[in-house]
Design a protein around this ligand. Structure first.
Ligand code: NAD
Length: 437
């Protein structure tokens, strides 16, 4: 199959490289010339484990190429994927569809012959109808089938997720696209990943419903964690106790500083807005959004409490800035709100992250970036683990105690057991582990 992938960010580049690895002929298109130039030189503009080798081997084999020109690849493609961003629209929280619609117009005037146009970007219900309308309005002769095929990969584990998905969802209105999409995903089907065909609107909603459910599950365990702290229970025991129930499942039950990232915050908000517009409010998700928003600054208050109630003039060392480990993505990372709140309280902030410091520097001010965890902890009054990178899982506590102004650790990811830390003379605060007298 000849495939054009429009948008070569986290989703487009991973999907393009994986589809090329399946044997398809893929051209990745992006309007960001610097990104495309870097890719042509063999450099990967994002951090995603394994992606450099996958891109290099498929580019070398001649199955994967890069361009800023959409017209050529689209005119030759059997399938065109739209994988551009759909961020929250400033002001109202609806998904900003201007990139998707802009690409639809460009595709319309470039396409030749029967072409399947696939929306991989996360888009609200009804967007596929509008993409189809735009294409036919721009070019009434275009022969296209517009399909919804949401992506479920997770940053940090994106290649494995793309190649071994729990399911592939394809929403279509034009039966001609069924065969094409089966062909695109044939290697996965052989791997027994179920290909779920549905109508387009159902497929669009599946993506939002899935993300909203996961966000709600995280928020649920976070509230249980707060309750655990009040009543002397342990949230990890609660999570294990409920997670072993097959009806609940153990995943997404890790209490922490609140969800962030490029998907959950914007997708939950967009679902809330869509539901309100259709007079069918999703109150559970409205509450999830509100609880999660408040949680991030509440985490800063936890740090303040660990410092004796005041952080003015104190030095706070932050370990981990990205919204989760193994990515350089800083979008909606809890660290942003936590650091802002601590700076508002008069603290000086030092930080270290294995991959996120460059992106963080564009979003934060007055933060001192450091070369590793120990450099970060130098003369600090408190050390805060915000993101659970592997590099923070076996810290040398005697060395930290020597370099810090005071041995205080706030562990917002429950990386450590309390006694592992306190036996080195540290005071230790974590999430949802209440102490009984
Ligand atoms: P991203 O910002 O990393 O990448 C989007 C890319 O599209 C950018 O490189 C941008 O330059 C390019 N672009 C924008 N307009 C263009 C145009 N007219 N022509 C060519 N290129 C254009 O975004 P992302 O994280 O890859 O997300 C893309 C979509 O996938 C979003 O809808 C997102 O919700 C969804 N999604 C993301 C993830 C994730 O983990 N990042 C997972 C599942 C779904």
């Amino acid at each position: 199959m000849r495939i054009a992938m429009i948008g070569s960010g986290y989703v487009g580049l991973v999907s393009g490289a994986c589809l090329a690895d399946f044997g398809h002929d893929v051209v990745c298109v992006d309007k960001a010339a610097d990104k495309i130039e870097a890719l042509k030189r063999g450099e990967i503009p994002i951090f995603e484990p394994g992606l450099d080798a996958l891109v290099a081997s498929n580019a070398k084999a001649g199955r994967l190429s890069f361009t800023t020109d959409l017209r050529g690849p689209v005119s030759e493609a059997d399938v065109v994927f739209i994988a551009v961003g759909t961020p929250s629209r400033r002001g109202d929280g609806h998904a900003d569809l201007s990139y998707v619609y802009g690409v639809a117009r460009e595709i319309a005037s470039a396409v030749k012959g029967f072409t399947v146009v696939v929306t991989k970007s996360t888009v609200p219900v009804g967007t596929g109808d509008e993409v189809e309308r735009i294409i036919l309005e721009t070019n009434p002769d275009a022969d296209v089938a517009v399909v919804s095929n949401p992506e479920f990969l997770r940053e940090g584990a994106a290649i494995g997720d793309f190649k071994r998905p729990d399911r592939i969802v394809v929403g279509l209105e034009d039966e001609r696209a069924r065969e094409t999409m089966t062909e695109v995903y044939r290697p996965l089907y052989l791997n027994q990943s179920p290909l779920l065909f549905t109508n387009r609107r159902t497929s669009e909603l599946i993506k939002y419903a899935g993300n909203a459910f996961l966000a709600m599950k995280i928020t649920f365990i976070n509230e249980m964690a707060d309750l655990c702290e009040r009543v002397g229970a342990d949230v990890q025991g609660v999570a294990r106790g409920i997670g072993l129930d097959g009806r609940i499942g153990s995943k997404f039950l890790h209490a922490g500083p609140g969800y962030g990232g490029s998907c959950f915050p914007k997708d939950t908000l967009a679902l809330v807005k869509t539901a309100q517009d259709h007079d069918s409010p999703v109150r559970l998700i409205e509450t999830t959004v509100a609880v999660n928003d408040q949680r991030k600054r509440a985490m800063a208050r936890k740090v303040v409490a660990a410092c004796g109630g005041d952080v003015r003039g104190k030095t706070i060392a932050i370990l981990g800035l990205t919204f989760k480990p193994n990515t350089d993505d800083m979008r909606e990372a809890p660290s942003l709100s936590i650091i802002q709140a601590l700076q508002d309280g008069g603290a000086r902030v030092r930080a270290f992250d294995p991959e996120g410091m460059k992106a963080a520097n564009d979003l934060l001010s007055d933060v001192t970036y450091t070369k590793d965890a120990y450099d970060c902890a130098t003369k600090a009054d408190v050390l805060v683990i915000v993101t659970e990178w592997d590099a923070f899982r076996a810290l040398d506590f005697p060395r930290l105690a020597e370099t810090m102004a005071a041995p205080v650790l706030v562990d917002l990811r429950n990386v450590y057991k309390p006694e592992e830390v306190t036996r080195h003379g540290f005071s230790y605060a974590s999430i949802g582990r209440g102490t009984t007298r």
